[in-house]
Design a protein around this ligand. Structure first.
Ligand SMILES: NC(=O)c1ccc[n+]([C@@H]2O[C@H](COP(=O)([O-])OP(=O)(O)OC[C@H]3O[C@@H](n4cnc5c(N)ncnc54)[C@H](O)[C@@H]3O)[C@@H](O)[C@H]2O)c1
Length: 232
């Protein structure tokens, strides 16, 4: 498949690690020009926190000005929050922190990239299978990812000329998942995907080859959510 992404100007948030880093590499491999916004240092990273609107807006503006506009933006910055913590011990501040990065950060990305996005441009946000299926001890994260799916749909109908989609992967072997799951990922009893798998899903949605796809959530979970309770 030819992605037709060569020469495109791409901005990736959260590109210093994990899925964002894999996306930045994958776009570069297609010949795209790539810049990254992250609160941590890394290759070609402009440092900014996606929850700090003035600093984040300035980072987006400076990248877009240098590129002369944007063709693709990818929102990978995210946190998992208090995974495994019982509901009764989870504080409002912890919930707010997860929503600030995972939801407001994505909203601010599109808000500030929009003036620079070319007609025919594409936005790809990182949702999660946690938008559709849940595990105990992940209520703030699940709520945030459900919001990303709804935000994707809302932006797709509000933003003319720019497609907005999200990817919703199951567990991906990244520093975030390692921090939450530890050595379970060394010999998992469940399917695990690589950050490069997700990057290919992102590339498809960013590319003109997915031209008719807009406002959609690509649930990539090895079919786990497709199973009914019917005993067959
Ligand atoms: N790893 C998984 O199993 C998995 C599964 C589904 C979805 N996701 C989603 O994929 C995205 C990337 O996750 P990952 O697993 O690569 O995690 P990661 O921790 O490896 O990378 C996340 C990156 O986001 C950056 N970041 C976090 N908060 C930020 C902020 N406020 N401002 C700027 N940068 C910030 C971090 O510095 C880091 O570089 C997240 O949105 C996550 O929810 C991950």
């Amino acid at each position: 498949m030819r992605t037709e992404l060569a020469g495109k100007a791409v901005l990736v948030t959260g590109g210093a690690s994990g899925i964002g880093l894999a996306c930045a590499r994958a776009f570069r491999a297609e010949g795209a020009r790539v810049a990254v916004v992250d609160r941590e240092p890394g290759t070609d990273v402009v440092r900014a926190d996606v929850t700090d609107e003035p600093a984040f807006a300035a980072a987006v503006d400076s990248i877009a000005r240098e590129f002369g506009g944007l063709d693709v933006v990818v929102g990978c910055a995210g946190i998992s929050g208090p995974v495994g913590k019982p509901l009764a011990e989870t504080t409002a501040a912890e919930v707010a922190a997860v929503l600030a990065v995972n939801v407001t950060g994505q909203f601010l990305l599109v808000k500030h990239a929009l003036p620079w996005l070319a007609d025919g441009g594409a936005v790809v946000l990182l949702g999660s299978d946690s938008a559709f299926t849940a595990a105990p001890g992940m209520a703030p994260y699940c709520a945030s990812k459900g919001a990303v799916v709804a935000l994707t749909r809302a932006l797709a109908v509000e933003v003319p000329g720019v497609r907005v989609n999200c990817v919703c992967p199951s567990v991906v072997d990244t520093p975030m998942a390692r921090a939450d799951l530890g050595e379970v990922l060394d010999d998992p009893a469940f399917p695990v995907q690589a950050a490069d798998d997700v990057a290919r899903q992102v590339l498809f949605l960013a590319s003109p080859v997915s031209r008719p796809v807009n406002g959609q959530a690509l649930l990539a979970d090895f079919g786990m959510s497709a199973r009914s309770a019917f005993p067959a």
